[in-house]
Design a protein. Structure first.
Length: 115
């Protein structure tokens, strides 16, 4: 349980751009599928597009492409393209992405306890 003092600190905290840290965090990892993409990349280290698509039940090609681009733009994942035939692209977590492990672990544990 978060104490009142801690909540006051959380509520008043602003980042450099003036937005609340929770708003920033949600802008980066919020939205359908992003946490699952981050989760699977944390488990498998490096994955190709097709592997991610198979791992995430129900995601469409369009949505996967869009979410990967957003995560790349936020520097949470790294997209590595190999110039070969057929083309090969791999995705992995950046250092910023790896820093989300504790968040994922907490969410995983919460899900186990409350399922």
């Amino acid at each position: 349980m978060v104490e009142k003092e801690e909540m006051d600190t959380i509520k008043s905290c602003k980042n450099i751009e003036g937005s609340h840290p929770i708003e920033y965090t949600l802008s980066v990892i919020g939205g359908q599928w992003k946490l699952l993409i981050i989760y699977w990349l944390s488990v498998n280290k490096v994955m190709r597009y097709g592997e991610l698509k198979k791992s995430i039940n129900g995601i469409t090609h369009k949505m996967l492409s869009m979410r990967l681009k957003e995560l790349e733009d936020h520097k949470v994942i790294i997209r590595t393209q190999y110039n070969q035939i057929p083309p090969k692209v791999e995705y992995s977590l950046s250092e910023k992405g790896w820093s989300l492990r504790s968040v994922l672990k907490t969410l995983y544990e919460w899900g186990e306890e409350n399922e």
